[in-house]
Design a protein around this ligand. Structure first.
Ligand SMILES: [Zn+2]
Length: 138
């Protein structure tokens, strides 16, 4: 009976001490811990970015393949490709994914022609159909 009580007391005392110790430890290592967490987070973030980049590139490659792997205007097949959305509004890195989903809304251009198309759109206020009629490969 006596022993039990002693034991109980000592356990709770130890628990309390341990709690305090953890608190102290946390306070002392807070900085360090957050730096570690930050580093882990950054590393994880880099991994995720790397993976999604790979995913996008794979999708883009598939889409480029689907579009015949050459520029619709000049026929160049070795330049950097851009998926141009015919309505011309949306241009993001997911272009390849969207182009796979809705190929009828996109055209594959090399970056030179793509720049030209956008120049025509903004400077000459031409629509995609007009630009295409003028510039398409004969
Ligand atoms: Zn081109």
């Amino acid at each position: 009976m006596m022993e039990e009580r002693l034991l109980g007391k000592s356990t709770s005392w130890r628990r309390k001490k341990s709690k305090e110790w953890h608190k102290k430890y946390y306070q002392e290592h807070k900085e360090q811990k957050s730096v570690q967490a930050k580093r882990r987070y950054q590393k994880r973030g880099a991994e995720i970015r790397e993976k999604s980049k790979k995913f996008r590139l794979e999708k883009k490659d598939k889409a480029v393949e689907l579009f015949g792997r050459k520029c619709a205007f000049c026929g160049n097949s070795s330049r950097y490709f851009v998926f141009h959305e015919k309505t011309g509004k949306r241009h993001n890195s997911g272009g390849g994914i969207l182009a796979l989903k809705m190929p009828e809304n996109f055209v594959l251009l090399c970056y030179v022609c793509h720049k030209g198309v956008h120049w025509c759109m903004s400077a000459l206020n031409l629509s995609w159909e007009q630009i295409w009629a003028i510039g398409k490969k004969k």
